[in-house]
Design a protein around this ligand. Structure first.
Ligand SMILES: Cc1cc2nc3c(=O)[nH]c(=O)nc-3n(C[C@H](O)[C@H](O)[C@H](O)COP(=O)(O)OP(=O)(O)OC[C@H]3O[C@@H](n4cnc5c(N)ncnc54)[C@H](O)[C@@H]3O)c2cc1C
Length: 510
């Protein structure tokens, strides 16, 4: 089969793929998207009620403002898709995208690799509806997403799996494919168990309650959430009347937190300032415990708020969640272990719950998605023994040549992080700067990993939210941009950073 050659291949057309296509447009990249549309999770993992949880102005491309960007409401997933479509149209990105083209295999095609030398380095097999076509590229940007495609399904003991259950079992991924009528039909009048307590599980519980408004018969049409680990949930971005960004998103607030490459003095300072960090976390926790009936429902997390923030696990609560709980439409069961019996699910404390439908909001295995397409030995380099994905600047694996990964090291605004890393990547590919040695990259990854491990027990999620400004600073410095990007010292210290701050290449201050 003939191989089609392009300089740059981008795999995936979610926000990371779009950001990469925009920043690398001068190379006329080929974007291979498995489905028939752009938007990734916003198209394929969203439910009727899914909304953005990040304020609009933080989930925005630096050169393409949201319409009504100061509107404080959270846009629905359809508004996000409209915004992304409008962005792709405005910057003429659709011409680069090949839809219905799933990458099923990647193999190395060269022994020597330097950046854009004119020789193909990777060959990629692409499955379309009627054939498999091979493409070759000098550089690949992998933007296949951490979520979607490969659901995590719990493992059960013998005779404890879905085969013994008389009702229906589905993963939230299957549920997200249903339209409004189908989802209401599915949930109406049913006893539903939702396994999980992250954002998708919370949205699912609310949809279940909505579908059953006015159901009179006792015990019917209600949802029980099976909660293994409770996480902090936040009703809005305001704490005791103060804007949330003050706590974690300004230089001043991030000064309290460890960051990579800090000297001994700063290490000492961080140690001395740790009571202030703990106090911030406690203050937020006290607000959430006052505002939300977390104790009443046994949902008070066992860990500090800071750990959820540092692992990008903070979910924004739909307005009606606890109202529905108060009406009895949403119930909670804390359990680390559960399994099926013929009438529903059973727990380690020997209690049984009847169910007609069990929905697994148990997440996705983004690394398996990568392992399935990357060849050996590269697929073994994707994860450190700690479980963290080793990526320099959240982008380059030091052991995988001519390949970048976008969207795998998370922050509180993944769009902003993906975009700035794509700007960095475009300059790297354009020869504006060089990568440091492999040893230095490994050292940087090690330092970041240590910080994540010290900050949160959920470090495997690979999140940089407590040192995100420092992350952008280092990226700017490597690109030759000024890292301090505000107009005044006051703004620099106390106003939040978002994509807009990284619009223009400011000159380096010497
Ligand atoms: C329900 C939900 C809510 C979220 N809310 C927020 C939020 O409020 N704020 C925030 O910052 N982040 C949020 N996130 C995280 C979100 O994942 C990122 O913000 C971002 O959308 C990820 O974009 P991406 O392009 O990296 O990945 P994705 O959106 O997952 O896109 C990956 C794309 O790659 C394609 N693809 C996958 N495999 C292949 C293949 N083999 N060949 C070709 N194409 C392939 C997929 O079809 C998809 O289009 C949320 C995630 C979910 C699931």
């Amino acid at each position: 089969m003939a191989v089609i050659f392009s300089k740059i291949g981008i795999i995936g057309g979610g926000i990371s793929g779009l950001a990469a296509a925009k920043q690398l447009a001068q190379y006329e990249p080929l974007v291979l998207e498995a489905t028939d549309s752009i938007g990734g999770v916003w198209k394929h993992c969203s439910f009727r009620t899914t909304k953005l949880q990040t304020p609009r102005c933080d989930y925005e491309f630096s050169d393409y403002p949201w319409p009504l960007r100061d509107n404080t409401s959270f846009p629905s997933y359809t508004e996000i898709l409209d915004y992304l479509n409008s962005y792709a149209t405005h910057f003429d990105l659709f011409k680069f995208i090949k839809f219905n083209s799933r990458v099923i295999e990647i193999r190395l095609a060269a022994d020597n690799y330097s950046l854009l030398s004119g020789e193909p380095v990777w060959e990629v097999a692409v499955q379309t509806s009627d054939n498999i076509q091979w493409y070759s590229f000098e550089f690949i940007v992998v933007c296949m997403g951490k979520y979607g495609d490969v659901p995590i399904i719990p493992k059960y003991g013998k005779n404890k799996g879905p085969e013994v259950f008389k009702g229906k079992v589905m993963h939230s991924q299957e549920y997200s494919k249903l339209n409004e009528d189908e989802s209401c039909e599915l949930l109406k009048g049913k006893k539903v168990v939702v396994v999980g307590y992250k954002k998708s599980a919370i949205d699912l519980a609310v949809e279940c309650a909505q579908a059953n408004q006015g159901e009179e018969e006792e015990g019917e049409g209600c949802c029980t959430m099976v909660v293994r680990t409770s996480h902090w949930i936040v009703p809005h971005y305001s704490i005791w009347g103060l804007p949330f960004y003050l706590f974690y998103s300004t230089r001043f607030s991030q000064f309290l937190h460890q960051r990579p490459n800090q000297g001994t003095l700063r290490n000492l300072l961080c140690l001395l300032l740790s009571p202030a960090r703990k106090a911030t976390s406690k203050m937020i926790e006290s607000y959430l415990l006052w505002k939300l009936p977390l104790i009443k429902y046994g949902l008070k997390p066992d860990h500090p708020f800071e750990e959820d923030y540092a692992s990008c696990q903070m979910a924004i609560l739909p307005d009606t969640f606890f109202q529905e709980a108060d009406k009895g439409n949403i119930n909670f069961k804390r359990a680390s272990n559960w399994w099926f019996w013929e009438g529903g699910v059973e727990f380690e404390d020997k209690t049984k719950l009847e169910a007609d439908l069990v929905i697994l909001a148990t997440g996705y295995d983004g690394k398996k998605k990568l392992r399935d397409v990357l060849p050996q030995p590269f697929s073994t380099f994707l994860e450190l023994p700690s479980g963290i994905m080793p990526l320099y600047r959240g982008t380059i694996n030091p052991y995988i040549p001519n390949m970048a990964f976008m969207g795998y090291v998370e922050s509180v605004s993944n769009l902003h992080t993906s975009e700035i890393r794509c700007k960095w990547l475009a300059r790297l590919i354009g020869g504006k700067f060089k990568l440091p040695s492999r040893e230095k990259m490994v050292e940087q990854i090690k330092t970041e990993t240590e910080i994540m491990k010290k900050t949160t027990r959920f470090y495997k999620r690979t999140c940089i939210s407590t040192f995100s400004i420092n992350h952008s600073d280092e990226i700017c410095e490597e690109m030759g941009w000024s890292s301090w990007r505000k107009k005044s010292w006051l703004a620099e210290a106390f106003s939040p950073y978002n994509s807009r701050d990284y619009q223009q290449p400011h000159t380096v201050l010497n």
